[in-house]
Design a protein around this ligand. Structure first.
Ligand SMILES: C[S@@+](CC[C@H](N)C(=O)[O-])C[C@H]1O[C@@H](n2cnc3c(N)ncnc32)[C@H](O)[C@@H]1O
Length: 258
């Protein structure tokens, strides 16, 4: 139950962990002030809150990434509020994160990037395609992986779709000099997958069932759906490549039946 909630609403569970941890630490500090001479510093209380929030997040089934965020959130806030940075820096940081992670609330897909081992394996897989294949990265981020592949396979056509404004702008600018790569400001749910031989995605568990239904409805027989790490519930992949990293990532490949 909590694992399912963690997959569907990680931000809400992380917030719950933060609130519970803050409440518990506040009660502890209050009791200490009334019944003992122990007075923890604000930073010590913040650190304890972080450890507790991370533990609660883990207990609620959140991933390590969310636990790390829970661990660092309050201490970072306390450190930053004690620094002499002007307030616009915090606003700018917030806006920057928002423009990069536009889809993390509505789509439950934040920005993280395909790592070098996954890129290597992707290249190996794409070598099996005829030279002029068509490839789309659904949610291409700043397009590092897409551009890397486009340079490796100059006869193939590469498309990236993205709706986080800053990621899109970066990807679009970076793709300008790359002849066989096009970046579109387009929601992945509006992208017609019938036009591609290979569809790549690195999203989150949340959209995978719906994406599978879309892929089955649109992708031609023999084309490939490739997912970095995230499985389609109830549909075993035709091929799995372990990437042996700390995230236990793997590439999952489904060949579309006729
Ligand atoms: C985990 S990142 C992967 C980035 C890139 N594909 C890579 O592998 O390095 C997922 C990306 O999908 C984008 N995204 C999420 N939902 C989307 C949607 N509905 N339409 C377009 N892009 C979306 C996010 O903004 C984010 O940049």
């Amino acid at each position: 139950m909590s694992v399912r909630l963690a997959r569907q609403y990680p931000a809400l569970l992380a917030l719950l962990a933060q609130l519970l941890a803050t409440l518990l630490i506040a009660v502890l500090v209050y009791l200490a002030a009334h019944f003992s001479t122990w007075r923890p510093s604000v930073l010590a209380a913040g650190l304890a809150q972080g450890v507790l929030a991370a533990g609660l997040a883990r207990g609620l089934g959140l991933s390590r990434w969310w636990c790390a965020l829970n661990l660092l959130f309050a201490p970072a806030l306390l450190l930053a509020s004690g620094s002499a940075l002007p307030s616009w820096v915090f606003l700018a940081g917030f806006v920057l994160l928002l423009l990069l992670n536009w889809n993390s609330v509505s789509e439950r897909v934040p920005l993280y990037l395909t790592a070098a081992p996954a890129r290597r394996e992707l290249r190996g897989l794409l070598e099996q395609q005829p030279a002029e294949f068509r490839f789309v990265d659904l949610g291409c981020g700043p397009a590092g992986t897409l551009l890397n592949l486009a340079r490796q396979f100059p006869q193939a056509q590469f498309v990236g779709v993205e709706t986080a404004p800053l990621s899109f702008a970066l990807a679009w600018l970076r793709a300008l000099p790359v002849r066989n790569c096009q970046i579109r400001y387009e929601n992945l749910w509006r992208c017609d997958l019938a036009a591609f031989d290979v569809v790549y995605c690195f999203l989150s568990p949340a959209p995978m069932a719906e994406l599978w239904a879309k892929a089955r409805g649109q992708m031609p027989a023999g084309s490939w759906l490739l997912s970095n790490t995230f499985e389609v519930p109830g549909v075993p992949a035709d091929e799995q490549i372990e990437l042996h990293d700390w995230r236990k990532s793997r590439l999952l490949l489904w060949r579309m039946p006729g």
